[in-house]
Design a protein around this ligand. Structure first.
Ligand SMILES: Nc1ncnc2c1ncn2[C@@H]1O[C@H](COP(=O)(O)OP(=O)(O)OP(=O)(O)O)[C@@H](O)[C@H]1O
Length: 272
């Protein structure tokens, strides 16, 4: 691991020591197995996502990171061949049997790898979800737009062009617009599947800074290929390998003194 990341981890362990204390669990995964048809992709996953924390999921390609995060809001069910066993409990209720998909996804929102704005104006992108939920009053929609765009740290850049095409924004701005669109639902949890992998370093840094702001109000789960990103922005890190959760602990522990040799080999770049 490079010097900057090591120093960051040492500093954060000291200055943010209060975050190491336990926070309430928002999502509990208990004995989760998942199959695509006959092929098992996740094995007995057990982990808790805690409130107002950033939980990073890391691991080599094909280890099950995306599969796991897409299961948390049941996006995975878009694939008809998927079968699951075990439980995921969100706020005390089983997501598979005690939530409708609509209710769950309103509370557990998702941001994808590639920014995917709708071919509409910036304003219409943000109000799309609220309108589907029946909100019609212009004043209320205007408030949602400003609040969501401010929350995604893009208001100042777009406030004078709200009715212009979202495709006119840069990739990094489009990704922050997509985060604003998620915030418009007022979710509690935001899932992010490699949200910066299509972005340049400056846009990536802005999204990382935004994630740090968002975690004061939201609970965030992020899949990332970038271990330095996980080290910089997350409180806890889960290391997956071949569909199994190998180790889940405080990020500072995972990157400085992991328990499992396989975690150590991965975070030190020996494979992956
Ligand atoms: N739609 C699918 N149908 C069948 N198998 C799939 C499907 N999607 C993923 N898999 C398999 O499930 C396993 C986990 O894949 P997944 O995409 O979750 O891994 P990942 O860790 O997110 O990988 P990457 O970092 O490359 O995105 C892999 O073996 C993959 O081939």
């Amino acid at each position: 691991m490079n010097q900057a990341v090591t120093e960051h981890l040492q500093n954060s362990a000291v200055s943010e020591g209060h975050e190491i204390e336990s926070k309430p669990s928002v999502i509990q995964t208990k004995g989760l197995d998942l199959w695509y048809g006959d092929s098992q992709a996740l094995y007995d996953i057990n982990m808790d996502v805690q409130e107002n924390q950033v939980t990073a999921i890391i691991g080599p390609s094909g280890c099950g990171k995306s599969t796991y995060i897409k299961t948390l809001n049941r996006m995975i069910e878009l694939n008809d061949s998927v079968k699951t066993k075990g439980e995921i409990i969100y706020r005390g209720r089983n997501i598979f049997s005690e939530y409708s998909v609509e209710e769950l996804r309103t509370q557990v929102g998702m941001v994808f790898q590639k920014p995917n704005p709708l071919p509409k104006s910036i304003y219409e992108n943000v109000v799309y979800g609220p309108r589907v939920h029946g909100i019609r009053k212009k004043q209320v929609l205007d408030e949602i737009v400003e609040r969501s765009l401010r929350g995604a740290a893009i208001w100042d850049e777009v406030k004078d062009r709200l009715h212009k095409d979202a495709y006119g924004l840069s990739g990094g701005q489009q990704q922050r617009l997509c985060i604003a669109r998620t915030l418009a639902f007022e979710p509690e949890v935001i899932l992010m599947d490699e949200p910066t992998s299509a972005l340049d370093p400056i846009s990536t840094a802005k999204i990382e800074e935004l994630i740090q702001q968002l975690k004061t109000q939201y609970t965030i789960v992020i899949v990332t290929h970038n271990m330095q990103q996980a080290a910089r922005i997350s409180d806890k890190t889960a290391f997956f390998l071949n569909g199994k959760l190998i180790e889940f602990d405080q990020t500072v522990k995972i990157f400085s003194n992991p328990n499992d040799k396989r975690t150590e080999d991965y975070v030190s770049g020996r494979f992956g």
